[in-house]
Design a binder for this molecule. Structure first.
Ligand SMILES: N[C@@H](CCC[C@H](N)C(=O)O)C(=O)O
Length: 269
């Protein structure tokens, strides 16, 4: 069976998007998704996005990491889908209903409110998630937040000094996190700017993580480290994260189409 895809990215965090809004698509297995994600033998992407009709929103979006796991949220892909759609849209995800609007620079998405209870992250046992009494080598006292998906955030003096390629997978798979976790290392540059690197659950080091930027900005705001609106500088570029009066998080930044193509699903079974 031959399937069409659109390759898009948000700040270099890249996706293959399968659009099943008009024609039903076959359900891909985790092994097929991981094979398609292979950057040498497949299409190559950090996340696979599958669009379908929704009863409650303009469309539904399923999100799969490069390792084949299905997840609840992806900020950069939500902007990409808004750009692909072309007009304001409500998007149903496992992590909640999102409102997205394309703009001149890319798109803005209302990401909802963060959850901070340990059960919502989730953690394996009860803990205050503001400054957790934990440490992995040079990384200590993280915060945790869920913005649909789970994030751990370490505030450090120099993000570039952190060996995230080795500490990231160790922390992602720690038994404290029954659903694994995205690992963020953040450096506060000013009241309005944060530098961020992310080890993504199921995808590894990426050039940008939209939900990581939201979780980090909201954890920093909760601790009084920054104001309600910040720019978050990631290796692939910059996002703007703003909190509204109700605690809602709004993310704005670019997203672009790279190319379109087709693949033979049988080659990836
Ligand atoms: N790149 C994404 C996040 C994708 C999901 C994440 N790896 C997870 O497992 O929760 C973003 O831009 O938010």
């Amino acid at each position: 069976m031959r399937l069409s895809f659109v390759k898009m990215h948000g700040l270099g965090n890249d996706f293959a998007i399968l659009d099943g809004r008009d024609a039903e698509l076959p359900r891909l297995s985790p092994a097929q998704i991981a094979a398609l994600a292979d950057r040498h033998r497949g299409i190559g992407f950090d996340q696979l996005i599958v669009l379908s009709p929704s009863r409650t929103a303009d469309m539904a979006m399923r999100i799969h990491n490069a390792d084949g796991s299905e997840v609840e949220a992806c900020g950069n892909a939500t902007r990409a889908v808004a750009v692909l759609h072309g007009t304001a849209a409500s998007i149903e995800t496992e992590g909640g209903l999102l409102q997205a609007r394309p703009d001149a620079a890319g798109a803005e998405v209302a990401m909802g409110r963060a959850q901070f209870d340990w059960q919502d992250i989730p953690l394996a046992y009860a803990m205050d998630t503001r400054e957790m009494p934990l440490g992995w080598e040079m990384l200590e006292r993280p915060s945790a937040a869920s913005v649909g998906n789970p994030h751990l955030i370490f505030f450090v003096n120099d993000v570039d000094a952190v060996p995230l390629d080795t500490l990231g997978p160790e922390i992602e798979h720690d038994p404290l996190f029954p659903e694994r976790i995205n690992v963020n290392v953040a450096q506060i540059l000013s009241r309005n700017a944060i530098k961020l690197r992310v080890w993504e659950r199921g995808a590894g080091l990426t050039l940008a993580c939209g939900t990581g930027a939201c979780a980090t900005a909201t954890a920093a705001y909760r601790q009084g480290l920054v104001d309600g609106e910040v720019t978050v500088r990631l290796p692939g570029g910059t996002l703007t994260i703003r909190h509204d009066a109700e605690g809602g998080i709004h993310m704005a930044g670019p997203a672009q189409e790279s190319y379109r193509g087709t693949f033979e699903l049988d080659h990836f079974s």
